[in-house]
Design a protein around this ligand. Sequence first.
Ligand SMILES: [Zn+2]
Ligand SMILES: [Zn+2]
Length: 183
Amino acid sequence: MFIEIHELELHPIDFEEEIRPGVLDLGEDLRQVEAVRTAGRAQLVEEQHGKHQIVKDIRLDGKLATRVELPCARCLEPVLQDVEHKFDLLYRPQGADAGREELSVTAAEAEVSYYQGEGLLLEDVLQEQVLLALPLKVICRDDCKGLCSHCGKNLNVKQCGCAEPLEDPRWSALKDIRGKLDH
Ligand SMILES: [Zn+2]
Ligand SMILES: [Zn+2]
């Protein structure tokens, strides 16, 4: 859905969309399991810049929800993750802030990004917002044992035959430091 500045000059645009898996590019590690459901409103915000210039910003506020699958940070098995996110964004025309140091009050309230040309593609906004809403890492369960650092086996499934390290690596690190101090 393309949000056109010309249409916003006439009236705000309310949107309610479902974006099926495969449309947004969420990267290789991530699988979108359900449609991204989104609803919100786009409106024009006119800002006076200096005496003669009026800058036409697009304010976009709304929410999104979806469900994705991403790899466990320890064992790499897929983990289902519900995503719910609210956004309130301000898009300025590209170049409008060139050489300006202070942002206006409206800009301080909302996050500011930039749009190019005649408007804004809602899908681009959602793609970014879904990724922003994700946790930095997920684990499949609190006691996930992860992968063996020697053979790579998933230790949740089966204990591998690799020998346990003889010494806790933290102690050997400490010994190292002591060794250095002694000399
Ligand atoms: Zn795991
Ligand atoms: Zn192993």
